[in-house]
Design a protein around this ligand. Sequence first.
Ligand SMILES: [Zn+2]
Length: 423
Amino acid sequence: MTHSGRGLHTGEPALATVRPAAPGAGIRFRRTDAEVDIPALPRYAGESGWGTVLSRDGVKIRTVEHVLAALHGAGIDNALVEVTGPEVPALDGSAFQWISQINRVGVREEPGAVPSVALGRTVQVASGDSRYWALPVSLSGQKGLRLTASIDFSHPHIGKQFACTEVTPGEFAREIAPARTFGLLEWREELAASGLGLGVDLGNTVVFGPDGPLTDERGAAGGLRFSNEPVRHKLLDLVGDLALVGARLQAHIVADKPGHRGNVELARRLRRAMTGEPEMAMDIGQVMRALPHRYPMLLVDRVLGMEAGKRIAALKNVTINEPFFGGHFPDHPIMPGVLIIEALAQCCGLLLMEGIDKPEDHVVYFVSVDGVKFRRPVVPGDQLYLEAELIQGRGTRGKLRAVATVEGRVVAEATIVGQIRKK
Ligand SMILES: [Zn+2]
């Protein structure tokens, strides 16, 4: 089955063709113009902040989530998705056209075991504003995948929305697949600044202006397909991103303010829980081998996970015994903001140093720190969750977006450029 159109973010025309694949092959994408195959697995997945991107050997395929949702939602485990350009066509911004076509061509049942995995323990993921709880379903005896999502936008026409679904072909096709991509008119500039959203129009995105959804030439004003279409689209995106796990998951996933970054992280964690692949974590001994910092300036206690050349998540436990609380301030202890930035910078250093031969002979210097925002005070007893993601650069120099949160709330953020030098 084939669809053509423009990509939501690149605006580039492309043709996408979904072909059957052998049992056990999983879902793969192919960029036919670059002759590169990319399996739909977490290790190849990232996000642009606005969509899910698969990349391999420098070749990217953007906005894979809606066709993935259609396949996963329809119960398809093996398929090859050929794309002639850098992005899957946006179509109407939902999975509806893909699902209609799947229903027309049919799904073939293959003999053999379907890769089905019952989650054995709760997996929790926090990423930016997004929170996820993946719960085992063994107690309820229910089989399959159940998703619950909530969103909370200050926009009066969106507000707080909730939705819940069983991921079965019938329910997905009826309740989730038609829900379209949405955006706020006020995001226009931010999107344009990131060079994305070039293919966005009212035919593929519900755009909320001050008075509600802008009118599509084909539809009536406020023509939503569901009163809670935005949160349903979030479920659609989640189904697509969870296809990256590469198995039929039996679990109940509760997602608060889900986004692609968190979805992909959740898929990565669930895949690890499933395959037993070790997390690339570091204890304090390993942190001290990789960083030259020592008391009182070592501000990373533990690396929770790292993806070489991409991102890192780490922890700093803040206690009343921190030396700086003695003077900042004796009767009102607050962690100095510059030290939160230093903790983030140390995370960036760990990520940049990963893969460097003889890290002990090298040191990371910080070239610039921009866009620093302090949002909340950090006090004794807080656990600082430090996240950094490489947004530009390779090799010895890199630009990273770094965010520190406490209990899911952003306390500080910055864009940091670091450079590795020989000592
Ligand atoms: Zn989407």
